[in-house]
Every structure is written in structure tokens, then in C-alpha cells.
Design a protein around this ligand. Structure first.
Ligand SMILES: Nc1ncnc2c1ncn2[C@@H]1O[C@H](COP(=O)(O)OP(=O)(O)OP(=O)(O)O)[C@@H](O)[C@H]1O
Ligand SMILES: [Zn+2]
Ligand SMILES: [Zn+2]
Length: 736
């Protein structure tokens, strides 16, 4: 057997593992992540094993044996490399891609150095010396010494800038034995200079019950994953913080994942108020240097808590006790580039390696997580009430087909306009949420609500050029009809309306209302997102109009009305998750209303008001939604009941791609011929983006109950020569 070893984890050399023989005597101590010693040229170097293989890559007589295993090699990097190896094996990528995901980009930039001047002589001696300097007209030396007698310790840059003192003067004082100069490395702290506002909140009995349940297991040494299902505004964040405080008390550290878009000043402050400087953040707005500094601060035990999106999962804590994933249903936890990992699964894997707990939190848990909780794999914990017994908002569904029948062709239903009027009169705030997800591509009837779907896959057909409607799962296609096949209406078309249009309409209808709009266009500059949220929180506007951006965990006490426009648009994304996304979005949006002292109202506008996702969201009844959705997933063999592997192929030559996709499908069919009952191969079909930058794309789907069968197919394909670029996506979260 051979081990592929990385000898130095600096980015330039990541590209090149070196191969060594595994001596029999060491065989059972060598696995990915382990730190070893091996000959390198004429010296011995330390390295990390990244892979075990039975294929030699160079002539056998040129491969040297590993000379030793570094016992107790607890080096942080070794654990992360082991994790990278697991990701490579389970998601399909090169080892390089996995390592680059897990380890930070090393920046040559040095940390800032601060020099300190400190008085070391005792005060009497210093005063005597000061008198000598003064009489000898050493005015610069006198000035500095006088200051240090008062301050004891001053930063050098302050001395040179403010007291106008030269390096020579400092040296001379040092030589006289008056002061000492020391340097201190300082890493950039992205949340420095915040003002901490300590406040101690008493957990209510429900919150306490949840915390106790976790702590009981922790104290008994039981490592587990928990699913915290708590309605919007039930105080999940307070539960997280309490658990973190307990971990820190035991000398452990914690990682908190939240979707990038919810990582606002408001959220960071909640953690900062409780934990102060022991908290740091990672997000995409940090420069590579700042990000690397956070990695070092973690390594040097300067912080106990890292908050950030997906990538914060790889913070190098040595004694990690807790990983929290808030809004765990969010699609952004799945990486869209290889390795296409899901943060939830990697978190669980990392937690197992270091015996940490994982808490997944959401008001609308993903189907995957709730299914696993039902199967007993995760422990389910619930918070079914809002804090201080605030009621959930009152929801009503408006049938937009009726509106059309009554001659209202506008974006806002009569009912919503009435509610808005009331809200403005009472000087309360509202949010209008336009569901833009999935508005591209599908075709629906405005008179009866019918959406054209694939008869084989039950996903909506997508509009293609040349008037074709195509299924991206199986390739089924039909010409686009001119009239609705259900009711004959000619109002059958793609849906198009943007937030800007909504804003124009609302402004015209309510000329005195102050409106803020938040969408991709209005938040392109660095801080605009934050400043819109702040302005709204300060009641500088009555109405906030936006896309999915406005529903992510924001806590505005003044909002009493939420209007959800085009609620059902996301039902029709060409993807089997459409119904789940719709339920999530409506429930989360509705959860923004009535969080303060005043009760909330929600108006849901839909062309498909009887759909179970819309009905369940209206009643804020997660369980009802789950029961129907899981039955559907089971019937169609979709995840989480089955696993699914998407094999994406890309090639600039359309003919070669088509041929290769066919051949690979036949090859996979053959591979799986003894497993016909446990799996299905579907496709090849055009990818949802069938051509990108002049590269053609196709997809093949495999469904199976057995994840390892899918991994085995991937492993075989990886070894095969291919003309096209091949990508793997296990249990996809969105169309390829
Ligand atoms: N025990 C408590 N006593 C008083 N107020 C509390 C308590 N717990 C939480 N709160 C307050 O209630 C509000 C909602 O709590 P929090 O944001 O933690 O809920 P959440 O479940 O995370 O909500 P969402 O999922 O909607 O984001 C916050 O303003 C929080 O400060
Ligand atoms: Zn119709
Ligand atoms: Zn189909």
C-alpha cells in the first residue's frame, strides 16, 4: 500500500502530493490526516497523509518508505485534512479542491506589529533621571520619560506621532535602563471597537427545557445531533447562546453557522453583547488577509466563537464542543462548486471526529433533517410558542384568479390594499415580499392557475428558445401551447414582475407612504444592505419591499403587516424542492409580522390557493406540510426518502457531449444491473442551463436508497477516461 503525502501545507505545494510506501509495521496507524515523518531528499520532513492507495504513481524502486508516525499528532491541520479526505470520498472532487475548501488561503501578509514602550525603572529613579535630563536640556528624552511616569506603558506609534520623538531618543532611554521596548503581534479583528451592552435575559421554561435536554447528554458524554424546531420568534438564538456559554465554561469552543445574508450587524451584536471580544466573524466581505487572521486568532486561542456562513465550519478550534447551524433549511449551506458538500453533513462528520454536539435550528426544518429526526437519527427538540406568549400572525390567502375575474389586474389584491391602508393609518410598518424564486422559465395560466408539467417527473417544464417546453430531469419536450390545455384561456404565459414595478405601483396607490426597496439592484454597494435595514428599523419608512432578502431572520418590532405577492411562484421551479421552498418562504415571511407588542397580519396572494404548501403555511402547520410532502417524495423516490446523484457533463462540442452522455448512461446501467430494484437511472437530459459560456451541459440522475451505491458509481466513473468535464452532485438542492 502507498500513502500520498503533503509535505508542506503552503498553497504552492498543495498541488503536488508525494508518494511513500506504507511499511507493514505502521500499516494500522496510517490513515488520511495522520502526521508522519519521511525522507525527502537527504533530510527527514514532516507531512500529512491525504490518501491511501494501491496504485503506485512512479517507478516502484523510486518510492521510499514512511519512517515514522508522529504519535499524538493532534495538530489541527491533521483533523481538517482528515475531513477533507472524507469530503473528497463522499462528494467527488479532487483532493486539491477539498483541501482548498478546508484550509485557508495563506496570505504572506504579516500581522500588524505594535511596539510598546514600558517604564521599567522604579518611579523614584525615573524622577531623578528626569531631573538630570531636564537640567541637561535633553528635552525629547525628558518629554518621553515624563509621559511614561504617568502612563507606565505607551504604544510606540503614539509616541512618535504625538510626542514627536525619534527612534534614537527611545534607544537612548532604553540604554539608560529606564524603559523596555516590546512587540506584540496583532491580527485584524473585524468586529473591533463595538460597544458591548451586557444584559441578562432569563430563559423561559420552554427554552430551559431544550437547553437542559442537550446538557444532560453532554454531561453523560453522549455525542449527538439535535434538530431544534422552533416557530419564528420562539427564542432559538437565546438557546444557542446559553449552550455556547456552557461549552465555553468547560474550556471548549463553538462554531455558529448562519446564512451569509442574515449575518447582519443586528445578529453579530446579539452575540457580542453576551460574549464580547471572544467572538469573531467570517464572511465574504472580509479580505483574504482578514480571513487568514481569523484563522490564526482561532489557532492562538484568541477567540472562542466563530460566526459565519458555510466556510466558518473549518475554523481550526482544537477543542470544539458545539456546532450550531441556524436556519438549517437554507439552500446556501450546500456548496455549488466541487466538492458540492452540505454544511450539515460535514458539520456532523467534524463533530463526530471531536465528540462535539451539533444543533440544527429552524422554524421550517428541511425535509432531510426532519426525516432523520423522525427516523431517530437526530434528537428532535421543539419550541412551539413565541416568547412572552406573543401570538403568531393571522394569515389569509387571496385567490388571484378571483381578482382577475372581478377585473382587478393589478399586482395587489383588493384585500391587501385595504390592509395596507389600515396599517398606514395606524402609523405601523409593513413588508411586501415578492417571491422571485423560479419566476424564470415556467409557463402558467392566469385564468385558472394551471402550470405545464412533465408527466414523468412532476416538475414544471421550462421555456426554451424556438417555442419548446422541456423537462430538465428526463428530456421530455412539447411545443408551447397557445391556449391553456385546462380552460382554453389565452392568458397563458411566463410570469414577469419585478420589485421595481411593485414599488412604482405602491407609490402611485399610496402617494404619502415612505417606501424602501431591497433587492439585488439596491444592495450592490458594500453597506447598502445594512443601511436599508437600519433605516427601516428606525421607522424611517412605512413599507419595505423586497425579495427573499427581507425574510431572513430579521427582527423588526414595528411590523404588523406582511404581504406575500406571487406566493406560489416558487412552486414551479424546475426542481423537486419547489413545494418545500414555497412553504419555507411563506412561513418565514409570515414570521416577520407581529414580533413586537402589536399583533400581526399576513396576506398571501396566490394562483394556487388550495396547494398544500400554501394552506399549511397559512395555518403555520409544519407537521401537516411534512406529512404530505414526505409522501410525495417517497412516491417519486426523491430525497430524503431516497438518495440522488446528479452527474453533470460539460463539453464545448455538442455532438461529443451527446454521445458521451449516452455512453456513460449505458455504462452506469450495466454497473447497476444487479441493483435494478434499489435504483433508477434517468436521462441523459439537457441541464437546466443547457449552454453556459458556449459550453454545452447535460445531466444524468441516479436515485437509490443506498448512498454507498451512488458513491461506488462515482468512484468507477472517476477512474474512467472522459472527454467531457464531469461533476457530481449528491442529494442536489437546486437544478444543475
Ligand atoms: N426568555 C426570553 N425572555 C424575553 N425575551 C426573549 C427571551 N428569549 C428571546 N427573547 C427575545 O425574543 C425575540 C425573538 O427571539 P429570537 O430572535 O431568539 O427568536 P428566533 O426563534 O431565533 O426567531 P427567528 O427564527 O424568527 O429568527 C428577540 O428579540 C429576543 O431578544
Ligand atoms: Zn387555464
Ligand atoms: Zn421529466
Amino acid at each position: 500500500m502507498f500513502a500520498n503525502v503533503i509535505v508542506d501545507i503552503s498553497i504552492e505545494k498543495l498541488d503536488r502530493p508525494f508518494q511513500y510506501i506504507i511499511p507493514d509495521a505502521l500499516a494500522d496507524r496510517i490513515y488520511p490526516g495522520v502526521q508522519i515523518e519521511a525522507p525527502f531528499g537527504n533530510r527527514t520532513i514532516k507531512g500529512y497523509v491525504i490518501e491511501i492507495t494501491d496504485t503506485p504513481e512512479i517507478a516502484l524502486d523510486r518510492i521510499k518508505p514512511i519512517s515514522g508516525v508522529l504519535s499524538g499528532s493532534v495538530a489541527m491541520e491533521s483533523q481538517l485534512i482528515e475531513l477533507a479526505a472524507w469530503m473528497r470520498a463522499n462528494y467527488g472532487s479532487t483532493m486539491n479542491q477539498s483541501l482548498k475548501t478546508v484550509l485557508p488561503v495563506r496570505k504572506k501578509t504579516k500581522p500588524m506589529e505594535r511596539k510598546w514602550l514600558e517604564l521599567v525603572a522604579d518611579e523614584n529613579d525615573a524622577r531623578m533621571k528626569l531631573a538630570i535630563y531636564e537640567s541637561g536640556r535633553s528635552t525629547a528624552k525628558a518629554r518621553l520619560l515624563r509621559e511614561l511616569i504617568v502612563q507606565k506603558r505607551i504604544e510606540q506609534s503614539l509616541v512618535t506621532a504625538k510626542l514627536n520623538i525619534s527612534g534614537a531618543t527611545i534607544k537612548s532611554l532604553e540604554k539608560d535602563g529606564m524603559i523596555a521596548v516590546s512587540t506584540e503581534k496583532q491580527y485584524r479583528n473585524p468586529i473591533a471597537n463595538l460597544e458591548q451592552n451586557k444584559r441578562n435575559l432569563q430563559l423561559n421554561p420552554n427554552q430551559k427545557r431544550v437547553v437542559d435536554a442537550v446538557l444532560a447528554n453532554v454531561d453523560a458524554g453522549i455525542q449527538k445531533t439535535y434538530l431544534l424546531k422552533g416557530v419564528t420568534g420562539s427564542g432559538k438564538t437565546e438557546v444557542y447562546m446559553e449552550l455556547i456559554a456552557h461549552a465555553i465554561e468547560k474550556g471548549q469552543q463553538a462554531i455558529v453557522l448562519i446564512p451569509e445574508i442574515a449575518l447582519t450587524y443586528q445578529t453579530v451584536m446579539r452575540f457580542y453583547n453576551r460574549f464580547g471580544d471572544r467572538v469573531s466573524i467570517m464572511n465574504s466581505r472580509l479580505s483574504d488577509g482578514e480571513r487568514y487572521d481569523q484563522y490564526l486568532r482561532v489557532l492562538h486561542h484568541d477567540v472562542d466563537i466563530i460566526i459565519g456562513p458555510r466556510s466558518a465550519l473549518f475554523a481550526p478550534f482544537e477543542n470544539l464542543g458545539l456546532i450550531i447551524i441556524d436556519e438549517e433549511h437554507e439552500t446556501s449551506y450546500k456548496s455549488e462548486t466541487a466538492p458540492r458538500y452540505h454544511a450539515r453533513e460535514v458539520a456532523i462528520q467534524r463533530a463526530k471526529m471531536c465528540h462535539a454536539s451539533v444543533v440544527l435550528g429552524s422554524a421550517t426544518p428541511s425535509m432531510e433533517s426532519y426525516y432523520r429526526a423522525m427516523e431517530g437519527e437526530y434528537e428532535l427538540l421543539e419550541l412551539n410558542q413565541r416568547v412572552q406568549d406573543r401570538p403568531l400572525a393571522q394569515c389569509e390567502v387571496i385567490d388571484m384568479r378571483e381578482e382577475l375575474r372581478h377585473g382587478n389586474r393589478s399586482i395587489l389584491s383588493t384585500r391587501l390594499q385595504e390592509r395596507m391602508e389600515e396599517c398606514l393609518q395606524k402609523n405601523e410598518q409593513m413588508m411586501l415580499f415578492l417571491n422571485r424564486r423560479g419566476t424564470a422559465g415556467f409557463v402558467s395560466c392566469r385564468a385558472c392557475g394551471t402550470v405545464l408539467k412533465c408527466p414523468h417527473c412532476d416538475v414544471s417544464l421550462s421555456q426554451h428558445r424556438g417555442g419548446r417546453l422541456v423537462c430538465h430531469y428526463c428530456g421530455y419536450e412539447i411545443p408551447q401551447p397557445k391556449t391553456c390545455p385546462e380552460c382554453g384561456s389565452k392568458y397563458i404565459m411566463g410570469f414577469k414582475a419585478g420589485t421595481q414595478k411593485v414599488e412604482e405601483f405602491v407609490q402611485k396607490r399610496f402617494p404619502d407612504a415612505k417606501i424602501l426597496r431591497m433587492d439585488y439592484d439596491s444592495t450592490r454597494t458594500k453597506d447598502s444592505y445594512e443601511s436599508i435595514l437600519n433605516a427601516f428599523a428606525n421607522h424611517e419608512a412605512d413599507i419595505l419591499i423586497g425579495t427573499q432578502m427581507i425574510v431572513k431572520g430579521h427582527d423588526f418590532a414595528g411590523v404588523t403587516l406582511v404581504g406575500i405577492l406571487a406566493a406560489d411562484m416558487s412552486l414551479h421551479v424546475p426542481d423537486f424542492h419547489g413545494t418545500e421552498r414555497t412553504f419555507d418562504l411563506i412561513t418565514q415571511a409570515a414570521g416577520r409580522a407581529g414580533r413586537g407588542d402589536l399583533p400581526g397580519n399576513v396576506v398571501i396572494q396566490s394562483y394556487d390557493p388550495d396547494n398544500y404548501a400554501i394552506q399549511a403555511a397559512k395555518n403555520q402547520d409544519y407537521d401537516a406540510f411534512y406529512r404530505q410532502e414526505i409522501a410525495y417524495r417517497g412516491m417519486m423516490n426523491y430525497p430524503p426518502v431516497n438518495h440522488m446523484l446528479v452527474i453533470g457533463l460539460a463539453n464545448e462540442n455538442e455532438q461529443i457531449l451527446a454521445k458521451e452522455a449516452e455512453n456513460i448512461t449505458i455504462y452506469i446501467d450495466k454497473l447497476l444491473q444487479n441493483h435494478r430494484r434499489d435504483c433508477a437511472v434517468i436521462g441523459p437530459a439537457d441541464a437546466s442551463i443547457a449552454k453556459m459560456n458556449d459550453i454545452y451541459r447535460k445531466v444524468i440522475y441516479i436515485k437509490s436508497k443506498d448512498y454507498s451505491l451512488l458513491v461506488a458509481v462515482k468512484d468507477r466513473l472517476e477512474k474512467k477516461q472522459a472527454l467531457s468535464n464531469i461533476q457530481y452532485d449528491f442529494d442536489p438542492m437546486s437544478g444543475f
